[in-house]
Design a protein around this ligand. Structure first.
Ligand SMILES: *Cc1c(COP(=O)(O)O)cnc(C)c1O
Length: 230
């Protein structure tokens, strides 16, 4: 089932790229494996997944040593400053940086551990109260401030779109994130690139790809519904 789901999601991505006149090699599928046991992650790995997304530090730390070393781990959940030190040298990309204070902590730990950490700025485009992320208005100033920190490199933007029945409703959200990344790129800020757009989940990744996503983060569409009761 997992293999078949991955095949289907990838086919959807290819189709969405064709619709938009994009090259499918520009889009990477992140297999979102939070709450799922390592056996299921291994199944996804065997089916070709190399990028995995998790949203909790402890779960990441538990899973990393149990799975192949060539996996690229993506931290996609809200990150507390006191947990930064556990993951800076273990993750490939942190998608959820939304404050200067968090970025300063990442920078401090990066320098201490002598690693270079790649991050995305999380933007709450829809201004949902329940979500983390900086606002579209504050994003530029935040990027400029973070760009001066050693050991940290901004690679692009991330957003979590609202949960909607009809994915078309989120198209405007994805367009706004993409426009923001274009606006920031035009400023040519040192140590900042805007090549990455992390947007789109199970319900809306096709629309996100049509609007320029370079990473889509899919969990339910690969593993089925999550069970939080355990
Ligand atoms: C859980 C999660 C996803 C995956 O959501 P699905 O709807 O299961 O595909 C994507 N992004 C983030 C930040 C998440 O926390």
């Amino acid at each position: 089932m997992i293999r078949e789901n991955i095949t289907n999601v990838k086919a959807d991505i290819v189709a969405a790229c064709e619709m938009a006149g994009r090259d499918a090699s520009e889009v990477t599928l992140i297999t979102v494996s939070k709450t799922k046991p390592v056996e299921m992650l291994q199944e996804a790995y065997d089916a070709g997944s190399r990028d995995f997304g998790e949203n909790k530090v402890q779960e990441l730390l538990d899973k990393i040593p149990k799975l192949p070393q060539d996996i690229r781990w993506h931290m996609i959940g809200h990150l507390q400053r006191n947990k930064v030190k556990y993951i800076v040298d273990k993750v490939y990309l942190i998608h959820s940086v939304d404050s200067l204070r968090l970025a300063e902590e990442i920078s401090k730990e990066a320098v201490k551990k002598q690693v270079e950490v790649n991050i995305l700025i999380e933007v709450n485009v829809a201004l949902e109260e329940s979500k983390f992320g900086t606002t579209t208005e504050e994003a530029v100033a935040l990027v400029e401030a973070i760009s001066r920190l050693p050991g940290v490199h901004i690679k692009g933007l991330m957003t979590i779109a609202p949960f909607v029945e009809d994915a078309e409703e989120n198209r405007v959200i994805f367009q706004k994130l993409r426009q923001l990344s274009v606006d920031i790129a035009e400023k040519n800020i040192d140590n900042v690139s805007m090549n990455v757009l992390s947007m789109g989940m199970t319900g809306d990744y096709r629309v996100a790809v049509e609007e320029g996503a370079t990473y889509v983060r899919v969990g339910t569409g690969i593993f089925g519904e999550r069970d939080y009761s355990k």
